[in-house]
Design a protein around this ligand. Structure first.
Ligand code: NAP
Length: 200
């Protein structure tokens, strides 16, 4: 049976916090591959993206280079926005077939908002959730299950090292002229500098 992960994100920019949760999910759940899927337009962040979809895709490709378990996917960039997770899961389910188990990897904030996502009930019928904690926070699955019945049974917790890195803080640091080296892969940093991303 195929065991596949999907890490969706805005990735504006992708950083080591994202790569660590992918690696921990891979190891904990025995995933063969993790598709890393940048959103063209995250439904809750309309108009907030700073780097354009092609630039965020390029950063994802650079971050995944050299790790055959991480597979960049432009599936959401090829669809008309907004990028609904249900459409992405349906796409992977169609390609992988019913026998594959798919985990959608989510951080704590994303998990807490999931009951309000488009077609949330269908999401947990198509995939399991791999819930990764953030430093200092543990999602309350009992409360979330009341908001979206079945969520707790569809969720596997993934614990591991937690890095207090956020894309928002990285963008602010670049704008302030502060270093972000060792928070993003070197090839991503090079691209941010080359493209003059996040400077204002
Ligand atoms: P993001 O900010 O780029 O982050 C991607 C994922 O990594 C999130 O789950 C995030 O969790 C987690 N993460 C980031 N930094 C982390 C760190 N240092 N340690 C641990 N986890 C970390 O992406 P996003 O904008 O939240 O979007 C996440 C996914 O949800 C995307 O695929 C998006 O399309 C989807 N989404 C779908 C809908 C919908 O279908 N209606 C609505 C909203 C979002 P945190 O949330 O905890 O930061």
């Amino acid at each position: 049976m195929q065991r596949i992960g999907i890490l969706g994100g805005t990735f504006d920019p992708i950083h080591y916090g994202h790569l660590v949760i992918a690696e921990e999910a891979r190891w904990t759940l025995g995933l063969a591959q993790i598709y890393v899927v940048p959103a063209a337009q995250q439904p809750f962040k309309q108009g907030q993206q700073r780097a354009n979809p092609a630039q965020r895709m390029e950063m994802v490709e650079r971050a995944c280079a050299g790790n055959s378990a991480l597979v960049p996917s432009d599936v959401e960039l090829r669809r008309t926005p907004p990028s609904y997770t249900i459409d992405t899961l349906q796409d992977f389910r169609n390609r992988l077939g019913d026998s594959a188990t798919i985990w959608f990897i989510v951080g704590g904030d994303a998990l807490e908002s999931l009951p309000h996502w488009h077609a949330a009930a269908e999401i947990i019928s198509l995939a399991r959730l791999a819930a990764v904690g953030r430093p200092g926070s543990a999602p309350d699955l009992t409360w979330l299950d009341a908001a979206l019945p079945g969520l707790a049974n569809s969720t596997d917790r993934v614990t591991g090292p937690q890095l207090d890195i956020s894309s928002t803080a990285l963008r602010r640091r670049v704008a302030a002229g502060q270093p972000i080296r060792y928070q993003v892969p070197e090839a991503v940093l090079t691209y941010i500098v080359e493209q003059r991303l996040y400077q204002t």
